[in-house]
Structure formats: structure tokens, C-alpha cells
Design a protein around this ligand. Structure first.
Ligand code: AMP
Ligand code: MG
Length: 398
């Protein structure tokens, strides 16, 4: 049986990023860059004023104060977006605004609040140092600098930076289409009457939400009954229409578990089907041509946990993300947590705003109420008791 890390490694090694596509910057939040972006310009593009005020020669006003103001004659005005017309000579100033280009000759800006007008003269009531209140060209980004790299998942801040460089669109990796199949002859769609022995299907919705959050495009298929033929047909349709397929249920050792045999009948190549974690021991990974099968167990908690631990990194890899593994957050146990089993247990926990961790409730893999209380998982080693006060890393899914 593979360890979680071996399973993740096997999956990430097998998968290559999808092709790139050009996307308008406005649609690029959370998408993964497929190109290096080098700035063609300096940012700011020109020296400009950080204040509304007057462009001056700093030496003229080095000794200015409210008690002994310095009088300058105003020789022009430069609005933001305006052209530089007049040079600032000694004894003169130019009216200027935040973002206006700095006129030649000036080496500082006196803020408006430190001036008073006196007829056609400007009285400066405070001194400025050389280059005070000036924003220099290239001080933010220099032309030729790399501002983003392939594999970067574009953040709000990066998109704003790219916009300020005049970028209209970027090459990002295509979002994978993920087919979601739920197998089980006991399953019903919501809205059908609950019949004896039947249950409402609850995996596809959570898996599709996690897929969307992982940057993929989920495609939900109708329920699949537990027969070899139905499973082969459903897999074939989904593989034809999607980049990868996630099935739930039917991956154990029972006579009605058809996912592995159906996949092989279709020509799929199984890579592994067991991972040493709880919940979720049966987990199938396989390849069908250039596409991939992820068979998660049917128990709803196992389905979501294995998707989170093993499919989400795969979707990140398909999108070309540099770091595909899950982010963890340090937190402190507010009560002891124990694992008496011989497999690592990813325990459902709830973490409050202060970082205190508590068990989210009963941990059996069919219990959904504790899933509803949870906002993350703590990785508990086999046969271990972690005491209250222990610092743990939590895999957060909220
Ligand atoms: P299986 O992995 O097919 O052996 O299913 C394990 C357990 O999960 C059984 O109790 C199934 O009824 C249940 N189960 C399987 N698939 C689903 C599903 N899509 N929604 C809710 N429960 C499911
Ligand atoms: Mg089943």
C-alpha cells in the first residue's frame, strides 16, 4: 500500500500541464500563468508628483518657515496627464498635482497645505528636502524586470500590477474539465421519493464544488448503477468529454464494485488502488490515453478527503501550478486528539479564528455531521495521542 506522499508523487509525475490559452486579464484571477511576463516599461513611467502642490527648486525653500515664508512666482500649471511646458528656474514654481509629470529644473514638491497664495505669488511656509514628494520613474518596476513567472497562480495584486503595465491578456493554462460520476445502485437523485434501501446521492455536489475551487470545470454525469456494462458506458462517455474523470464508490473489493474492471475493459491502465490513509484506503489512480481516472471511495467523507488530498494536487498540476501540494496552517490543539488505528488518520477538525483546534465530532467515514462542523483536517500519525497544547498543521479547505 502506498503512503500518501508516494501516491501524490506518482500522480504528479504522471501528469503534464494542459495547453495554454490567451485570456483577458479581467478573467485571469486564480488562473495559472503559462508565460513569463517581463515589463516593457518603467513603473512609474516618468518622475511625477506625490502631492498636490508646487514644483520647486529645494534650495530656494530650504529655510522657509511660517515665520519667514519664501515667495516664489508661479510660471505654469501641469495637470495630471498634462504636458510639461515650463522649466522651473530659481525663484519660480509650477502648480502641480498628484501624478503630474515633474517639470525640468524642479527637484522637490511643496505640498499645497504648506503654501499660501499672495496675489500672483506663492508663499512657501515650510522647507522641503531635495527629491521630497517625488515619485521616481522605475522605482516600482524597471523595464526588463520579470514581474510574473509560469506557474504563478494569478492573485489580485499581480493582476493589478499587470494592468498597470498595460497588459490586456495573458497566456494561462487551460482549466481542466473534470467528469464526476457517482456509482451505486442504492443512489437516488434529490427529488425522488426515498425508497427502502436507497439513499440520496451526496458526493457529486461536494466534489464539483472542490473541483471548481481547484480551478477546474466540473461536469456532473447521471448516476451509474452497479453493473459492469453501465460503468463501462459511463466511463467511456466521461473520458471522451473530459480531461479527467472522478468516480465515487465501487472501488472496494465487493462483487458490485466495477470501477476498476470497467476501466480496464475500456483500455485504461491502473497505477495504484490503495493508499495508507484513513478515511479513504481504496483510491484508484489510472491513465486512459492522455487522461486520468481518480476513483474515490463512496463514503461521503472518504470521497471528499481523498479528493482534497489526492485529486486537488492533480488538478493543480494539470493547470501548471508550481507548488501543487496543499497549504497548511499552524494551529494549537484545544483538546487531546488520538489515533488508535495503524493508518494515518486525517481527522475532521474545526479551527477557530484564534487558531484553536477541536475535533469536529464523530470520525467514522459515513458521518456527515462532523464534516459539516469541520473546516479542515489534522494529520494524526498511527497509534498516537497528541496532547492539548500541541502545535499541529491543519489542512484548511475553507
Ligand atoms: P462503496 O465505496 O461503493 O462501497 O460505498 C461505500 C458507502 O458509501 C456505501 O454505504 C454507499 O451507499 C455510500 N455511497 C456510495 N456512493 C455514494 C454517494 N455518491 N453518495 C452518498 N453515499 C454514497
Ligand atoms: Mg457502491
Amino acid at each position: 500500500m502506498l503512503s500518501l506522499e508516494e501516491a501524490q508523487h506518482t500522480i504528479l509525475k504522471a501528469i503534464q500541464p494542459l495547453a495554454a490559452e490567451q485570456t483577458p486579464l479581467s478573467d485571469a484571477l486564480g488562473r495559472v500563468l503559462a508565460e513569463k511576463i517581463v515589463s516593457a516599461i518603467d513603473l512609474p513611467p516618468f518622475d511625477n508628483s506625490a502631492m498636490d502642490g508646487y514644483a520647486v527648486q529645494s534650495k530656494d525653500v530650504a529655510k522657509a518657515s511660517a515665520a519667514s515664508p519664501v515667495s516664489l512666482s508661479q510660471v505654469g500649471t501641469i495637470a495630471a496627464g498634462g504636458n510639461i511646458t515650463s522649466r522651473v528656474e530659481s525663484g519660480r514654481c509650477v502648480r502641480i498635482f498628484t501624478g503630474s509629470p515633474l517639470p525640468s529644473g524642479a527637484d522637490a514638491v511643496v505640498m499645497q497645505e504648506d503654501t499660501r497664495s499672495d496675489g500672483n505669488k506663492i508663499l512657501v511656509l515650510d522647507s522641503v528636502k531635495p527629491w521630497e514628494n517625488i515619485r521616481f520613474h522605475g522605482e516600482d518596476v524597471k523595464a526588463g524586470a520579470t514581474v510574473a513567472n509560469p506557474g504563478n497562480k494569478l492573485s489580485l495584486g499581480q493582476i493589478s500590477l499587470l494592468a498597470s503595465l498595460g497588459t490586456r491578456s495573458v497566456a494561462v493554462t487551460r482549466r481542466p474539465i473534470v467528469g464526476l460520476l457517482a456509482t451505486g445502485s442504492e443512489l437516488l437523485e434529490a427529488g425522488q421519493p426515498l425508497a427502502p434501501g436507497k439513499i440520496f446521492e451526496s458526493n457529486r455536489i461536494g466534489l464539483s464544488l472542490l473541483a471548481t475551487r481547484s480551478g477546474a470545470i466540473p461536469k456532473v454525469y447521471p448516476l451509474v448503477e452497479d453493473t459492469l456494462d453501465a460503468t463501462v458506458a459511463a466511463l467511456e462517455t466521461a473520458f471522451t468529454e473530459c480531461d479527467c474523470v472522478v468516480t465515487s464508490g465501487g472501488v472496494s473489493v465487493g462483487e458490485f464494485d466495477f470501477v476498476k474492471s470497467a476501466f480496464e475493459q475500456l483500455g485504461g491502465e491502473l497505477s495504484f488502488w490503495k493508499v495508507a490513509i484513513r478515511p479513504g484506503k481504496p483510491f484508484v489512480f489510472g491513465r486512459w490515453r492522455e487522461k486520468f481516472l481518480f476513483g474515490v471511495p463512496g463514503n461521503p467523507v472518504s470521497a471528499l478527503v481523498t479528493f482534497f488530498l489526492l485529486v486537488r494536487p492533480a488538478l493543480a498540476r494539470l493547470q501548471g501550478t508550481t507548488n501543487c501540494l496543499l497549504p497548511t496552517h499552524p494551529a494549537v490543539l484545544a483538546e487531546p486528539l488520538s489515533n488508535h488505528g495503524d493508518r494515518r488518520h486525517f481527522m475532521r477538525v474545526s479551527v477557530d479564528e484564534l487558531g484553536n483546534v477541536q475535533s469536529a465530532g464523530i470520525q467514522a467515514s459515513h458521518i456527515l455531521s462532523s464534516l459539516a462542523n469541520a473546516n479542515g483536517l489534522v494529520d494524526l500519525p498511527p497509534n498516537a495521542i497528541l496532547q492539548k497544547g500541541t502545535t499541529v498543521s491543519v489542512l484548511r479547505w475553507d
